[in-house]
Ligand binder design. Sequence first.
Ligand code: SF4
Length: 320
Amino acid sequence: MSEERKVLLEVDHLKKYFDTPRGMLHAVDDVTFQIEEGKTLGVVGESGCGKSTLGRTILRLLPSTDGKIIFNGEDITHVDSSRMLALRRDMQIIFQDPFSSLDPKMTVSQIIEEPLKIHKIYKNKAERMERVKELMSIVGLDERYVMTYPHELDGGRRQRIGVARALALNPKFIICDEPVSALDVSIQAQILNLMMDLKDSMGLTYIFITHDLSVVKHISDDILVLYLGKMVEMTDSDTLFDKPLHPYTKALLTAIPVPDASYKGKEAEVMKGEVTSPIEPPPGCRFAARCPLASERCLKESPEFKEVEPNHFVACHLYD
Ligand code: SF4
């Protein structure tokens, strides 16, 4: 019998538009999904597809334009700042570039201690320092770095500080926004392994945002592919790699360098053509300008995002 899991995060028809001098930029356009406790959703797409904006909107670092965000059963879409501060204990973020996301004037201990101070979790400095050292040990950062500054450490160790800081308040949910993109490949694997271990040992739930599908393959239970703010495909990780349906997903998979050639499809095409502007986008499929299979209909009618096989959702007229 399969284990019933609680839904921790529900995103319902979420939109985030930006008013620009050239018109409304549709950064996140009608995104809907759920994540169960203890699961990881990989969110994948090229730069500018709205994935980071989606993460920040879910965490309420940006106000949403429309739709709902339900966390742990509570509609948090419009909760006030004092409620949001309390919710920050459970909802954290790890940023892409550990160097620019860490204050260069703060030591490792000050960076990790800061959220503990803001949330007044421990009675005094001694208790906070004990927790800082515990967190450093959890993320594999030697205690001797406690008084060092971020610029004195390599990229992998700096990202471990980012992970320790995100874990400081014992969160339930972490958005990982390209957390390994700025790191060397060998260090990437170490940080990914650390994150997977922490997920299991601490029962964490992740959204893992990346432009690189190969990075999320092993860490994600499900994968959502975004294109210019729109959901184009979502299914479990194995199915996405074994049987991708959307022409954009197929193109992303062909971009993964060999030897990770898990996708054996023959239809994939390298993407050509101009990327459609997300500012006041034209009607029709947003991928049409680059899609080798586009028809007249694709230019006029936006495809509906729907389930075409059990737990396999896609937005493409080829599957109508
Ligand atoms: Fe290509 Fe048309 Fe499908 Fe869009 S709807 S991905 S243009 S075939």
